[in-house]
Design a protein around this ligand. Structure first.
Ligand SMILES: [Zn+2]
Length: 157
């Protein structure tokens, strides 16, 4: 999966959650941007173009996820207006979702630097990645427009 997929997938998940749970929270565009960044973060921290370079990527590991989580939750504890605890949790979930998707599409070196073990395999064929990206972009567009319209009168997180 590519970086666009990883960035948009958490936004789609949040929009679906808001729609089907009829949740009363809404996020502003800066909060969506933070969550989108977190979804793409493992690829942005260590860009790679081959599966071999992903297998040596420190950002696709459990220690990186734990470090990212501690930094985010600590920062959110200062009660910033945009980076609330709920947004920080969404960002951690977005980062985790990236790692899970990569585990299903080639694997991740989840225990680096302690072990070279690879978690996952090619359960999702690379030939499906581009069609999946196209579907995801259209789904995100449709959901973002409809959620924005329905949540304009709700309170923010
Ligand atoms: Zn990745």
């Amino acid at each position: 999966m590519n970086t666009v997929t990883h960035a948009l997938l958490p936004v789609v998940a949040i929009c679906l959650y808001q729609r089907f749970r009829k949740s009363d929270f809404s996020l502003n565009k800066f909060q969506y941007a933070l969550i989108t960044f977190a979804g793409a973060a493992p690829d942005l921290f260590t860009p790679h173009f081959s599966i071999a370079s992903r297998y040596s990527s420190w950002s696709h590991t459990l220690p990186a996820l734990i470090t990212f989580t501690v930094i985010l939750l600590t920062t959110a504890s200062f009660k910033f207006k945009t980076l609330t605890t709920k947004v920080a949790v969404f960002m951690v979930v977005a980062y985790s979702l990236h790692l899970a998707c990569d585990a299903l599409s080639g694997g991740i070196p989840w225990l680096l630097p302690y072990s070279d073990a690879i978690l996952g395999d090619y359960y999702i064929s690379p030939s499906l990645w581009i069609p999946f990206d196209v579907i995801l972009v259209f789904t995100t567009y449709i959901l973002a427009r409809t959620v924005k319209d329905s949540s304009s009168a709700t309170t923010s997180v």
